[in-house]
Design a protein around this ligand. Structure first.
Ligand code: SF4
Length: 553
């Protein structure tokens, strides 16, 4: 093997700029170098670490000559530090140094030794100043089209937006490149909500550090320049007291405001606890399709695949003349072990709480011997029937004047009986709301309490969304929690809404929740997390005060 060339290239990322954020190895490497090669500003940033090193400094756009000079000096036998801010391998000098070496026929075993020393890149340093916006899948995109065709950059922006990545934009704007950030915002707004949180960080951890928290829609109203990094949140990112936070997904399995978890440690990695995973079922809870429409649930039952059992069944049925052999052969196959269970929530009407004998009788007949009838606390009955013809069941039930709702994580209007119709002025608006959003799929089942007078005797104000009709207009309540030891009433967010405004507002609230809520996240938690829904701002429920009791009380 040929002798290695003696020199060494130390390609150093020194992080955001402050010495405290530089790695020990980076500082050591600068100290042991004979020559420092860098962009003027970077050399100034590390000047406090320099002793007697030779300095090769150049201006912007001269990075190729810097890399060539660094390689030349290393090939002369010198230890050469090539410095980049951030990480040398993220839009830094590492790639260019390797490319220059390779052009010269460099081989790692025989050419100058190369050591790339990692640093904290802007996506990390800027994220730390914002809170935790990069807690989920993220990407970096440089908007500089000096070396990359804009068409390529635009395609990447669009792909990242569609894929819901958190995006860190590097080099967003310069004196001459001003349109790129405008075009980027336009592309992003086609795929992300206007109120998506955006962080603008200038000179992170340097003297003129400046942090702005804004939204995708308003980001261009702020100063963005060469030293700014732009961090765009994903569809789950939220702002809490000036911090930008992207959830990792813990809400899917854990209750973060409780020390008692529904899933025990040994259950947490089981496929049934992760229905969203590749191995899990993608068909949704209870077989309900993602649109929330009523459908038959496919329930796997024990598979009688044993050949002996099949043959026994065959002979019994053949003996009874019940089946043809060919039909039974089908019955013994894999498909025969799947039974369709149709499940639906049935009520006598939105406002009507009385059942007729005919309705009760129909329910009993449809359930038959093999079906199930279950009464729920929500003024409705769950009917489960084994059938492959759910439409027939639907037709029978609706024909008898019954109201059907899909089961599972959907919206249901839970109305009072309007004093048996005596106070029925607001019923049309409950029905309109039901037409618009009843049955809509949401991250977690959502009951909307709708009460026909200020008495609110059906408990609308304790539901996650509560509506109370009062003197011709509506009061709207959001974020109630009516179960658990930390149950609390909902927050009154609006009073005196006109019927039209009420219907619009509730629809918007629910659609925002449907779109942006995390899987399994209840509405009250979602409202607390995002802080503002459809313009209604969340306020924490007052903490309970526990009076000091005299001993013995
Ligand atoms: S909330 Fe009012 S209208 Fe509805 S049942 Fe109770 S008292 Fe009657």
């Amino acid at each position: 093997m040929a002798n290695r060339v003696n020199g060494k290239l130390l390609v150093i990322g020194f992080g955001p700029g402050h010495f405290d954020h530089m790695s020990g190895r980076a500082r050591q490497a600068i100290g042991e170098s004979d020559v420092i090669v860098g962009y003027n500003t970077y050399v100034d940033l590390i000047r406090g670490l320099l002793t007697d090193q030779e300095i090769v400094r150049t201006g912007m756009t001269e990075e190729v000559s810097r890399a060539q000079e660094a390689v030349r000096l290393a090939e002369e036998g010198k230890k050469v530090a090539v410095i980049s801010s951030g990480d040398a391998g993220v839009y830094g000098m590492a790639g260019l140094v390797y490319e220059v070496l390779i052009e010269k026929g460099w081989h790692p075993d025989t050419g100058v030794e190369v050591e790339v020393i990692p640093g904290i890149s802007a996506i990390q340093s800027c994220a730390s100043l914002l809170g935790s916006p990069v807690m989920h899948d993220a990407c970096t995109i440089s908007l500089s089209d000096h070396l990359t065709p804009w068409e390529t950059i635009a395609r990447r922006i669009e792909a990242a937006a569609v894929a819901d990545f958190v995006i860190a934009l590097y080099n967003p704007k310069s004196g001459r490149r001003t349109r790129q950030i405008v075009e980027t915002q336009r592309i992003l707004l086609e795929h992300r909500a206007a109120d998506t949180p955006v962080g603008l960080i200038k000179s992170a951890y340097r003297e003129r550090e400046h942090v702005v928290l804004t939204t995708l829609e308003r980001m261009l109203e702020h100063d963005i320049g060469m030293l700014t990094t732009v961090i765009i949140g994903n569809s789950s990112t939220f702002v809490h007291h000036g911090l930008m936070i992207t959830p990792r997904g813990y809400q899917r399995k854990y209750t973060l405001d409780s020390t008692i978890q529904d899933l025990k440690p040994h259950q947490r990695l089981k496929p049934e606890a992760e229905p969203w995973a590749l191995e899990g079922s993608l068909s949704g809870k209870n077989g309900q399709d993602p649109t929330g429409s009523i459908s038959a649930a496919k329930v796997e039952v024990e598979k009688p695949n044993l050949p002996a059992l099949a043959m026994e069944a065959l002979s019994i049925l053949e003996a009874k003349g019940k089946v043809q052999t060919t039909a039974l052969a089908d019955a013994s196959s894999e498909t025969a072990s799947v039974v369709s269970i149709f499940e639906v929530a049935v009520s006598s009407g939105l406002a009507e709480k009385k059942w007729t004998p005919a309705q009760m009788k129909l329910l009993a007949e449809l359930a038959g011997e093999k079906g199930e009838i279950e009464y729920t606390p929500h003024h409705q009955i769950l009917l489960r029937v084994p059938t492959d013809s759910p439409q027939e069941i639907i037709d029978c039930l609706t024909g008898e004047g019954l109201l059907l709702n899909p089961v599972g994580d959907t919206v249901q209007i839970k109305a009072c009986d309007f004093c048996h119709g005596d106070k029925g002025e607001s019923i049309p608006f409950a029905e309109e709301l039901n037409r618009r959003i009843g049955g809509l799929t949401v991250p977690k089942e959502l009951k909307i309490g709708f009460n026909g007078c200020a008495m609110a005797c059906y408990g609308a104000v304790t539901e996650e969304i509560g509506i109370v009709f009062r003197r011709g207009s509506f009061d709207l309540f959001l974020g109630g929690k009516n179960i658990g030891r930390n149950a609390h009433a909902a927050q009154r967010v609006a009073e005196g809404l006109t019927p039209e405004a009420l219907v619009e507002a509730v629809e918007q609230v629910v659609r925002e929740y449907a779109e942006k809520g995390n899987p399994n996240e209840r509405f009250n938690k979602y409202f607390k997390r995002v802080g503002v829904v459809a313009g209604f701002r969340h306020a924490d429920a007052p903490k309970p005060t526990i009076p000091e009791l005299a001993c013995g009380e």
